[in-house]
Design a binder for this molecule. Structure first.
Ligand SMILES: Cc1cc2nc3c(=O)[nH]c(=O)nc-3n(C[C@H](O)[C@H](O)[C@H](O)COP(=O)(O)OP(=O)(O)OC[C@H]3O[C@@H](n4cnc5c(N)ncnc54)[C@H](O)[C@@H]3O)c2cc1C
Length: 337
């Protein structure tokens, strides 16, 4: 059996590894035109914290994706592979001056080992005159480590990787029994999906080994320590396709983060990066059968549109996509009887 995955970001790689586990006798191949540091996945801070607006086809399915994903990352954290995969535990605060609802999160309040209201004393831990706050302990997946780790794991299990820009699903020469489409923003053109919108983000990666806690403030301000530095962010620019670093965004991010923690002014800026979050109001994990011009039926399972939460939720939607692959394969076998 031949299974294909289109896309080699956090969604494609996690899905490909799960396909290998579920179908150990299948040949699994990845096709993509961008890898590692050239993907959106590489830009992510990688913290496990779904936004409250993140949505799958139903509330129950969305919660299942999030629960499965947390358990997946947390299981890796407990193994000796954790440092190779870039997975660690991380605690932090989310603060706001505007509304108590901003510091609540119905998806993770019962899921994370700790999610509680911040004390009055904790509200003064960093500058900002905070009125509301929560403290939580979560996991972080540093994609700078995870993407190469997952690639090695996939290849070691017999996976194949091909570099190719695909302009139409019908460009693909390989005759896959099922193809999983994990193309992130690429799906906009491939699927003519008008619901998929970029939400542009910009971050600074700095060296500040004294920062051990994550901090979120109002207006998309965040300070997130990771394996090789700290991510300062950010911005969310709806429908912007600008992939260049903007000096005004950079200034605004620095002013807001330095305002919260002045010690950051002493940190060396290692790099600045921009990514287009592939936002879809409902993340698309569903199967589709397409008729090729040659009259063959192409079986596709889509897995894209994770917006600002693709690292958080990758394992959850990957497990769902793998289940859909199994359903598609068994329905094909039924129709041959
Ligand atoms: C600034 C910023 C911070 C973020 N922080 C976090 C965070 O802390 N936590 C979190 O959970 N998420 C975060 N995210 C979101 C996260 O990065 C995305 O949700 C995730 O990377 C999406 O992964 P993906 O695999 O779908 O897309 P990508 O990483 O973009 O990968 C898409 C893949 O598809 C391939 N592809 C696309 N089109 C084609 C084509 N036509 N032919 C061949 N190949 C194709 C590409 O080459 C690539 O390999 C952040 C994003 C940004 C921008």
């Amino acid at each position: 059996m031949n299974l294909g995955v289109l896309g080699c970001g956090v969604i494609g790689l996690t899905t490909a590894i799960e396909l290998q586990k579920e179908f150990p006798n299948a040949q699994v191949s990845i096709i993509a035109d961008r890898f590692n540091e050239d993907t959106t996945s590489y830009v992510a801070a990688g913290i496990f914290r779904p936004g409250t607006s993140f949505m799958g086809p139903s509330i129950d399915i969305t919660q299942k994706w999030i629960t499965d994903a947390f358990n997946y990352w947390d299981d890796i954290r407990k193994t000796s592979d954790a440092p190779l995969a870039g997975v660690c535990q991380l605690s932090g605060y989310i603060f706001s001056t505007t509304s108590p609802s901003i510091v609540r999160n119905h998806f993770i309040e019962k899921l994370l080992p700790v999610y509680r209201q911040a004390t009055e004393e904790e509200l003064t831990l960093c500058h900002g005159g905070w009125k509301y706050g929560s403290f939580f302990t979560t996991v972080l997946t540093a994609t700078s480590e995870y993407l190469p780790y997952a690639t090695k794991k996939f290849l070691a299990a017999g996976g194949k990787i091909k570099e190719q820009k695909v302009t139409s699903f019908f460009d693909i020469e390989e005759k896959f029994d099922v193809l999983v489409n994990c193309t992130g923003m690429g799906a906009k053109e491939l699927c003519q999906d008008q619901q998929l919108v970029p939400i542009r983000g910009q971050v600074l990666k700095i060296r500040a080994p004294w920062i051990k806690m994550a901090f979120y403030g109002d207006y998309d301000t965040y300070i997130i320590p990771s394996f090789n530095g700290v991510t300062l962010g950010g911005c969310r620019q709806f429908d912007s396709y600008n992939t260049e670093v903007c000096k005004y965004d950079s200034l605004a991010i620095r002013e807001r983060c330095y305002g919260m923690l002045p010690s950051l002014k002493k940190a060396e800026i290692v790099r600045e990066a921009v990514g287009l979050r592939p936002h879809r109001s409902i993340v698309r994990v569903e199967s589709e059968f397409k008729q090729t011009p040659a009259g063959r039926t192409m079986k596709i399972v889509h897995n894209y549109g994770h917006g600002g939460y693709g690292v958080t939720t990758a394992p959850g939607t990957a497990l769902h996509a793998v289940k859909l692959v199994r359903d598609v394969l068994s329905s094909s076998n039924m129709s041959k009887l």
